[in-house]
Design a binder for this molecule. Sequence first.
Ligand SMILES: Nc1ncnc2c1ncn2[C@@H]1O[C@H](COP(=O)(O)OP(=O)(O)O)[C@@H](O)[C@H]1O
Ligand SMILES: [Mg+2]
Length: 366
Amino acid sequence: MTVPGIETEALRPHAEDAFAGELKALAAADDRPRPERWRLSPWAVATYLLGGTLPDGTVITPKYVGPRRTVEVAVATLATDRALLLLGVPGTAKTWVSEHLAAAVSGDSTLLVQGTAGTPEEAMRYGWNYARLLAEGPSRAALVPSPVMRAMAAGTTVRVEELTRIPADVQDTLITALSEKTLPIPELGEEVQAVRGFNLIATANDRDRGVNELSSALRRRFNTVVLPLPATAEAEVDIVARRVDQIGRSLGLPAVPDGAAEIRRVVTVFRELRDGVTADGRTKLKSPSGTLSTAEAISVVTGGLALAAHFGDGVLRAGDMAAGIQGAVIRDPAADRLVWQEYLEAVVRERDGWKDFYRACREAAA
Ligand SMILES: Nc1ncnc2c1ncn2[C@@H]1O[C@H](COP(=O)(O)OP(=O)(O)O)[C@@H](O)[C@H]1O
Ligand SMILES: [Mg+2]
């Protein structure tokens, strides 16, 4: 068996490398029909994401914890001629799911366009190697294909991160690729036609909506799948605990036992502040400006573990978490500090069993 996350020496291995063993076992056990150029059947892709046990006993770890139907719709979309848009607030695993989908479907999650306000058209279509272009004129050899073009030619999955941050006119260069399944190269009088197996996964943040709203022409090419925040505190604690364990092992952090209570506390604090009300529904709270996502909870706990492992007594304690939690909550120094102080005095201070945390937060703030 392979240890997730440490099959290679890479600091942050690609999903297809980190989980190569699981993908291989799934492919071997998978006797369902596969769409052309897919490494696995849609059923096996969903199992890879959601986890399960194969007939030979191989355990597939869950990558995504969330509604099964959401994953099934996402995978089924990729088997059609529509592209997939993963939508959600920050930290809902959009990037994570898109990487694992590409790894499971195409065995390659590296064809990636990072969307920013400065993403150029070349990142969606193609560019030129200017030395060759000047020396030889336009030719196939002088052309530098974009990840989109490479995926079209190879019949694989390409990912576009943060699609709505990309300027609208650059976004629109995707329309021809997604509707006509071709990328014209007017300079050469040629085109690159997508072969079967090509598809595109884009991610976008709910909060960015309106920044560069997708044009309706482009939106029609996508099936949108919304990734929700974890429905319950239990589900969120489970996600955080799993990921922290994987990350801790890939960073080679010494094992810190009994982190469960502190993980539950971060998740409780983040959920209460996010929801604007305490878990028992009794006290209304102000929400800070940050997102306090599951992803942030994961990094706060990881930071706490590093403190506990290297500078503490090997047990994760409130003192290892306080600074990280405050750092995540207080993004805007003025407004968020007030929100945090109110929460500290009205909720943390009064809560049974939270005295250590209250004291640690007061110390960290001083
Ligand atoms: N429902 C979930 N299941 C599994 N992991 C999750 C879930 N929600 C968040 N995560 C974790 O949060 C981290 C960051 O998610 P990311 O994909 O970067 O978020 P986004 O792209 O939506 O902002 C990942 O490490 C992922 O494992
Ligand atoms: Mg992301």
